[in-house]
Ligand binder design. Structure first.
Ligand code: ATP
Ligand code: MG
Length: 781
């Protein structure tokens, strides 16, 4: 037997050695799904499958890089470099780099991140003479995004009665118009947003049979990790790609489906067995990651979900420590408690910073943890949130690189045309945009013909100099790599010098950030394979694509000894020795926005399950008596998930707060508490700190000077007269309906979240289909 098979348990080995035909692995957290996927790729390669014929889709680019590394280790060669492995977005972006011209984009298209995309929306809203306070870029953006993920283009959006009705009800009738303008502006800019990477890939495969054929035969073996979180477009694309060879292996855990708000549906797992004949199904039930106590708690909590595939997750690992449930007075105390405990654990159990993760439901919660970690001098890193690549100075340099790679990129162009200041004023820029729109040219075209366009004098000269400079940078592309070009940009534009001369603290930080950016470009150009697996392409385009597609968990160079802070969503698939989950309170976790239906609540519970199962040895759950949220002091009850955890697995304690001063606190330092034998049982904690305070009303009176909190709006839909709205209460299994495209049918079931209900409908002439009700053109008959 090959060495790599030896450590596997029986079902794992069965999955790894299954080579041909569809394979589905449904298994609980930490049972080795990702390990099986990795080993299976190694096994395919060892069995003679060509690496070029394997496509593996992972949840983060980091996971992809780790997989490649492990495969290389197993095989002892560098074949893994030739795999197509990465996230859906990065793999499709890579394919589109070679094919985009077929659908009218430059192959060097720009990828717009959320910021860019919102900025374009704002521009077109203004150009359409609409109010961007009413048509908020975020609101409009998420409507457009949902439409794209449901494969609905602008034309269909505008003619879809139901969608129109919904926009009318929200008093935003012009979204269809904005969507169309946004799509054509992105197209004109030669840019795709994140959703486009999926949508355009689908369009490409659907419109060009020769392209479909090419990739169907290239990707003879397809593997997808975290399959429970694929959405409609992703599902459709992989189904197309796998249609010929049907060597598709999907791996997932329905109990960890946490992206239904982005249109993902657990149904994809159930659907898989219907899509292919002779699906081999493997269940993995032994958990190798966590202690028995952690597994028991996770099992007990998730048991409260009604909709799930029954699984019995067990482990041979030790019972381990009980789960620590910690109540604190305020969120700042919670932060202090976590930092203190990390310090204490490092001393007591010889952990390193990198053994710890602090997980939370919302990004805003990171502040209290950060402050305490900083105060204690503990190195940490936040994943997600405002990332390095979102900082202004970094974005500025990147904008240069984007324009050089793709002059159609108007967003980037507007950002740098007068940075550093070169006498090109706002009016000039606006004029350029207007001319470009009128003449149907790109803004850069206008700059190139600035004289003919009517610019004169010093303005004309500045515009011409700018064009010459960009052309100069472009001339470097032929023989220089991304790093050399970036250095030239920094020097030639004087950006580096300007930042260097700014001796304020912020100026210094900005200078360092640009240096850091250049360092990272250098490192990237010198690394053997790119993050997304492409060998040797060190072009500017390849670099830009790679950084834009970093996911929350990818950011920053790994492996330094830091505590990791991230949202639970970003922690999916990862594992850590010690895990803190903060803010385990009603209205935070479960989120106050997600407790209106069973589906929403169950998704929150799955998220809780994900959080708990990240921990290998130790787990702390904390909740504060009061915290500020939206400028208001709020007192939340402990999360209902806490009540779902049997007492036998947990230790309760109370950590500080109240009328104490910091120096002489009852809380004290980690060592002090260690000597006191901190944190044993609920009883001893109560003896030391007194009983927990009685429940208070959930919201304290707001002091006069504070602004009112934003209304947490729960959007409900009114059904229209002739078409059925997405209000699931109106639709039920068993009803007969008519769909504009698929005709008559009967609803078999309705699933998904309340935000995004999905109906399975058996159509009389079109078979069974999953229909997203938010966009469906359905009528009850
Ligand atoms: P998640 O649901 O969180 O994505 P997973 O099912 O993908 O988890 P892995 O991350 O593959 O699980 O594995 C969890 C841990 O268990 C890893 O550290 C892995 O190396 C280890 N592991 C898996 N299978 C075995 C095995 N047969 N022997 C020893 N360790 C194993
Ligand atoms: Mg995994």
């Amino acid at each position: 037997m090959q060495d790599y098979l030896k450590g596997l348990n029986e079902p794992q080995r069965e999955a790894v050695t299954h080579i041909n035909g569809p394979l589905m692995i449904v298994a609980g957290a930490g049972s080795g799904k990702t390990k099986v996927l990795t080993t299976r790729i190694a096994h395919l390669l060892a069995s003679g499958v060509d690496a070029f014929n394997i496509l593996a889709l992972t949840f983060t680019n980091k996971a992809a890089a780790e997989m490649k590394e492990r495969i290389e280790k197993i095989l002892g060669n560098s074949e893994a470099r030739n795999l197509y492995i990465g996230t859906f977005h990065s793999v499709f972006a890579r394919i589109l780099r070679g094919e985009a011209h077929r659908i009218g984009y430059p192959n060097s298209f720009t990828i717009y991140d959320t910021d860019d995309s919102r900025s374009v929306i704002k521009t077109v809203v203004n150009e359409l003479n609409l109010d961007d306070k009413h048509y908020k870029p975020n609101v409009v953006g998420s409507r457009i995004s949902s439409a794209k993920n449901a494969l609905i283009g602008p034309a269909e959006y505008a003619t879809t009665h139901y969608i129109q009705q919904e926009d009318m009800r929200a008093n935003r009738p012009a979204i269809a118009q904005i969507y169309a303008a946004y799509a054509s502006r992105c197209f004109k800019n030669g840019a795709m947003d994140f959703d486009d990477l999926l949508l355009k890939m689908y369009e490409l495969l659907n419109t060009f049979p020769e392209v479909l054929h090419k990739y169907q035969h290239k990707f003879k073996y397809i593997m997808i990790d975290e399959y429970q979180d694929t959405n409609t477009v992703q599902y459709q694309i992989t189904k197309l790609l796998a249609a010929v060879h049907e060597n598709i292996c999907v791996v997932g855990d329905d109990a960890q489906s946490i992206y239904s708000f982005r249109g993902a549906t657990i149904e994809n797992i159930l659907q898989f067995q219907k899509d292919y004949d002779d699906v081999k199904v493997v269940k993995l039930e032994q958990n190798y990651r966590s202690s028995q106590n952690i597994i028991s708690v996770a099992n007990e909590v998730i048991r409260n979900n009604k909709g799930q595939i029954p699984k019995n997750l067990w482990t041979e690992n030790e019972h381990g420590e009980k789960i620590k449930l910690v109540r604190t007075m305020t969120d700042n105390d919670e932060g202090r408690f976590v930092a203190d405990t990390i310090q204490e654990q490092k001393l007591r159990n010889h952990y390193h910073n990198s053994d710890f993760a602090i997980l939370y439901r919302t990004n805003a919660q990171s502040r209290a943890f950060e402050e305490s970690l900083r105060r204690m001098g503990i190195a940490y890193r936040i994943y997600g949130g405002t990332s390095f690549y979102q900082r202004k100075e970094v974005k500025d340099v990147l904008a240069y690189l984007r324009v050089i790679a793709n002059t159609r990129d108007e967003e980037a162009l507007k950002r740098i045309i007068n940075y550093p200041v070169r006498g090109i004023g706002k009016t000039t820029i606006e004029k350029c945009v207007i001319i470009a729109n009128e003449q149907n040219m790109t803004m850069f075209d206008v700059l190139q013909q600035a004289g003919t366009a009517g610019f004169k004098g010093s303005t004309l000269e500045s515009l011409q100099n700018f064009v010459t400079m960009i052309r100069y940078f472009q001339s470097l592309l032929a023989e220089k790599n991304a790093y050399d070009v970036a250095v030239q940009v920094g020097k030639h534009t004087n950006i580096i010098k300007e930042l260097f001369n700014d001796k304020t603290t912020e100026g210094l930080a900005r200078y360092e950030n640009v240096q850091e950016l250049l360092n990272s470009i250098k490192e990237w150009t010198e690394s053997p394979g790119n993050e997304d697996g492409e060998v040797g392409d060190k072009s500017l385009g390849a670099y830009l694509q790679q950084i834009t597609l970093l996911t929350d968990a990818d950011e920053n160079k790994e492996d330094s000894d830091v505590v990791k802070l991230m949202t639970i969503h970003a922690a999916k698939g990862l594992e850590f020795g010690c895990v803190f989950v903060g803010g385990v309170e009603e209205s935070i976790f479960p989120s106050g926005m997600s407790i209106n239906t069973r589906e929403e609540l169950e998704e929150e519970r799955r998220l809780f399950y994900v959080a708990v199962t990240r921990a290998k040895q130790r787990l702390w759950l904390s909740y504060a008596n009061s915290r500020y949220r939206f400028g208001q002091l709020v007192q939340n009850d402990p999360s209902r998930f806490i009540e779902e955890m049997p007492d036998q697995y947990i230790d309760r304690s109370y950590a500080g707060g109240g009328a104490r001063n910091h120096a002489g606190s009852e809380w004290g330092s980690g060592i002090e508490r260690m000597q006191r034998g901190f944190g044993n049982t609920a009883a001893s904690a109560e003896k030391r700190y007194g009983p927990p305070p009685a429940k208070k009303p959930s919201v304290q009176k707001r002091p006069e000077y504070m602004p009112p909190p934003p209304q947490s709006k729960v959007v409900t839909h009114q059904p229209s007269a002739d078409f059925v709205a997405s209000d699931t209460s109106q639709l039920q299994a068993g009803q007969r309906v008519e769909h504009q495209k698929f005709g008559f049918g009967k609803i078999a079931s309705i699933e998904g979240s309340a935000h995004n209900p999905v109906a399975t409908i058996q159509f009389e002439h079109n078979g069974e289909k999953k229909i997203m009700l938010n966009y469906a053109k359905l009528r009850i008959v």
